[in-house]
Design a protein around this ligand. Sequence first.
Ligand SMILES: Nc1ncnc2c1ncn2[C@@H]1O[C@H](COP(=O)(O)OP(=O)(O)OP(=O)(O)O)[C@@H](O)[C@H]1O
Ligand SMILES: [Mg+2]
Length: 374
Amino acid sequence: MKNPFLISGYQGYNYFCDREEETEHIIKNLENGINTTLLSIRRIGKTGLIHHVFNKIQEKRPSICIYIDLYATQNLNDLIEKVATSFVKNFPEKQSAGKKLMQVMKGLRPVIQFDGLSGEPQISFDFTLESQMNHSLQSLFSFLENQNINIVIAFDEFQQINEYPEKNTEAILRTIIQPLTNIQFIFSGSSKHLLMDIFNNSKRPFFASTQAIQLGFIPTEKYSDYIQQHFESNKKTISAESIQFILTWSKRHTYYTQVVCNRVFSLGIKLITISDVQKACNQILVEQEVIFYQYRNLLTAGQWNILKAIAKEGKVYHILEKKFIQNHSLGTTSSIQRTFASLLQKEMIYEEQEEKGSYYSIYDCFLSRWLEKI
Ligand SMILES: Nc1ncnc2c1ncn2[C@@H]1O[C@H](COP(=O)(O)OP(=O)(O)OP(=O)(O)O)[C@@H](O)[C@H]1O
Ligand SMILES: [Mg+2]
């Protein structure tokens, strides 16, 4: 029996919960020539949503949807390699467009290797001059622009370009992208302030060129229906109370909710009680303890203390509030501010907005649940 609760990748509509509004919004943007910036904290479902949107678009009309993950890129040369490799994957050499692409590629003097495991092509370049990089990107995108088909490109983890030594990457990309009429873009990432700055700062090249969509938590009702339905269709019964427990305990943070559901499903129990769910949650924490201790070794005592304080609070709205500082015996205000900044930078915590205001929470929901108890 296939476990319907995926904890990696995207496998189609059946295994994807909600995101109807966001999907429609992005598709509408694409159809109206508006590029989209997709923002959220980590592990909420940006990458999944991109693939979901791709699926829907391709169902509507013939389209080529190209996904480019910039997470591991460290410079402009890496970005160009990613772009070239993803183009080659999407235009097989057997077809005429693929043959044309190969002609373009040859002019760029690539080294083409095949991944030993997947057999997929990996393109590498050894550009040193900016003019070479510019020229190669121009050639690749003008090849794409001339294809007689609807094309969408998603740059995931786009904030990574901030790390490149080539500080004019944005300007280079913007110059190339702006005149394209046949290609729509989705820019996605988790570092809100970095991405917002790219697109909302009037001094930067991408200013006001996209519409931002903020991806939040999946609404409780939608998620609980989804969970219920997947258990039911696999002939398992789970009480509403148990589902509520899962959603609260995993804080509706998509990845963590999926992990818990996946675990509960895998127990092989037909009639699932809340006590089964609680045991499964505890078991997850026990298994992860080694990692939690590693975190502790990597952090200073001050950072660890503040992390514990945040875990116990769940959400911290005002980091300098007297009650918060006193309840958890934290240090001076300046050291607290510094520690929050370093925990944010290490991606141990995130900052998110809600109606009540902006708050800080621990990224790893399991670590948070574990810290609450120690
Ligand atoms: N709508 C959804 N329904 C069910 N599962 C989902 C949904 N969206 C995402 N997931 C699952 O949640 C996990 C996290 O999703 P995803 O990788 O898309 O998040 P992300 O926001 O791109 O994270 P990161 O910022 O770390 O790249 C994955 O295991 C994915 O399978
Ligand atoms: Mg992602």
